[in-house]
Design a protein around this ligand. Structure first.
Ligand SMILES: O=C(O)CCC(=O)C(=O)O
Length: 289
């Protein structure tokens, strides 16, 4: 895939917001003529590929899906999250039928996957306008770094601050692989379509976005955001988890606005004990002055 123009890459503030929220949304980014074409394409189905197929080999030349991922803003976001040459973990068309009568439980899309320093990103494309009654995807901001396993979050209902997607046609949402989400019940007369692609990085996720604003105060403000469903104490662990991820993404282990990571990861190696408790052990080397 051609290298996206710098102006289409995410900024540091947008990237930090993604690290805090677990989502990045681009409204109406897909042009109307492509949205008009999409439903027939999604109904017909998009040929599956084996897990881990390079993106460049996943979709046929000139196909709808290939044009979708090559839209400048979409390609810029993919590049910012997972870099050049990602592989496609899998892709799928999701349809929530008109008056289907049930909703999906909250879930994450993988077995337990709590990589502290890397992530997969999932693109969700909505070709139609999604109204509240159409049961847009529910997601829980700030849930992506919490240690849970796939469908275990299904026991939770209606967390404070959860969002139900309502969006114009042609909207694309990028989600961190761990975010709690689920399709809602479609109470409308219209089937609702969504096309999802999961990308795995093939390069280290190190400063892949436009870092011109990396040192601004807005970055720390984004990373420190709390969400209404967080517990008073455990919620702070999410900030700790984000800082660890951010350190990995910027390649700087010293970035730590609240000193929490520094404290928790502090494992000095210098030994100053005078001698071993084992009387037969050789004397330790003397410390030089
Ligand atoms: O249909 C939706 O809105 C979400 C479906 C989904 O993400 C899933 O099945 O994992």
């Amino acid at each position: 895939m051609a290298r996206p123009h710098r102006k289409h890459l995410l900024t540091s503030v947008q990237m930090a917001r993604f690290v805090a929220h677990g989502a990045h949304r681009i409204d109406a980014v897909v042009p109307a003529e492509m949205n008009a074409e999409a439903i027939d394409v999604l109904r017909a189905g998009i040929p599956a590929v084996p897990y881990g197929t390079p993106l460049s080999e996943t979709f046929e030349e000139g196909s709808f899906a290939q044009r979708l991922v090559q839209l400048p803003e979409v390609a810029g976001a993919i590049r910012s999250f997972v870099g050049p040459d990602p592989t496609v973990d899998h892709h799928a068309v999701h349809i929530r039928r008109a008056h289907e009568g049930s909703a999906q439980n909250l879930h994450g899309d993988a077995i337990i996957d709590v990589r502290p320093d890397a992530f997969d990103v999932q693109l969700m494309y909505y070709p139609q306008e999604v109204t509240l009654e159409m049961g847009g995807t529910l997601s829980v901001p700030g849930s992506h770094l919490r240690r849970t396993n796939e469908s275990d979050t299904g026991r939770y209902q209606n967390l404070r601050g959860q969002t139900r997607l309502v969006c114009p046609a042609g909207t694309v949402v990028f989600l961190h692989h761990g975010i709690w989400h689920g399709g809602r019940r479609n109470d409308s007369d219209t089937d609702r379509y969504m096309f999802k692609i999961r990308f795995n990085p093939t390069v280290r996720q190190l400063r892949l976005w436009n870092t011109d604003d990396l040192d601004g105060p807005a970055v720390a403000a984004e990373l420190g955001q709390l969400f209404p469903w967080y517990e008073h104490a455990t919620g702070r662990l999410e900030i700790y988890n984000r800082v660890r991820l951010w350190q990995a993404l910027i390649g700087d282990q010293t970035y730590d606005p609240d000193y929490w990571v520094t404290r928790v990861t502090n494992r000095p190696t210098r030994v100053v004990a005078p001698r071993s408790l084992n009387p037969h052990a050789p004397a330790p080397a003397q410390e030089s002055a």
